[in-house]
Design a protein around this ligand. Structure first.
Ligand code: AP5
Length: 196
């Protein structure tokens, strides 16, 4: 069973590449952003709590999102392999994930990170804003999301680089979608080959 994390700044293509990866490797896609947006759209108590935080581009509290993931990782469809998209986003979340996986004899195998220059990220999210109207895709919120990423989420990469048993592979994500998908696939295949 493969536990893989897709890591990268807002707009780097995590959700887009997840579609390719889940198909090819039979992983269950678990996107915390999608789960939270779903709750917000349904107007559940959790959704109502997180909606204003997400609208400002801030992170929801660690203990809340850790509970959400802990519950999701108990579901039957996550037992054969998972692709985590948007989680962990802080070092405390990464520690909590490792602890919950350890309890069930699992660990994070691979962290795939997507590198894309900041001007391209902003451009992509502003294009999406016009097409989809996601509430956090406006320039002010995008700039905050990028700041939060550099401050709180980037350190997660160093956490995993220092962790024996977890590989970190960074891929240049500044190319057409299909080209990035090939680079990501090569990185995952390389990991399997090296680990064999
Ligand atoms: P989340 O939904 O995870 O948002 P994000 O990280 O900001 O990521 P995006 O969905 O914007 O971008 P992406 O990297 O998935 O790129 P995508 O493929 O969509 O989180 C939203 C919020 O939820 C957070 O701000 C926070 O409030 C909360 N949250 C979630 N998880 C949390 C956690 N663990 N802890 C605390 N809070 C949490 O692509 C973007 C656009 O670019 C698309 O239009 C796509 O078509 C286009 N595109 C993709 N690839 C390419 C390419 N190669 N070339 C050109 N265009 C491309």
């Amino acid at each position: 069973m493969l536990i893989t994390i897709l890591h990268g700044p807002p707009g780097s293509g995590k959700g887009t590449q997840a579609q390719y990866l889940t198909k090819r490797y039979g992983l269950q896609h678990v996107s915390t952003g999608e789960m939270l947006r779903d709750e917000a759209a349904k107007g559940t108590p959790l959704g109502n709590e997180v909606a204003p935080i997400m609208a400002e581009g801030n992170l929801v509290p660690d203990d809340l999102i850790v509970r959400v993931i802990e519950s999701r990782l108990r579901d039957a469809d996550t037992q054969r392999g998972v692709l985590l998209d948007g989680f962990p986003r802080t070092v405390p979340q990464a520690r909590a994930l490792d602890e919950m996986l350890r309890r069930s004899g699992r660990h994070v195998d691979l962290v795939l990170c997507l590198d894309v220059p900041e001007d391209k990220l902003i451009q992509r999210l502003l294009i999406r804003a016009k097409a989809e109207g996601r509430e956090d895709d406006n320039l002010e919120t995008i700039e905050n999301r990028l700041e939060v990423y550099h401050r709180d989420t980037e350190p997660v990469l160093d956490y995993y680089r220092a962790k024996p048993g977890t590989a970190v592979e960074c891929v240049d994500g500044d190319a057409p979608i299909e080209e990035v998908a090939m680079r990501v696939r090569d990185a995952v295949d390389r990991h399997y080959r090296d680990a064999a």
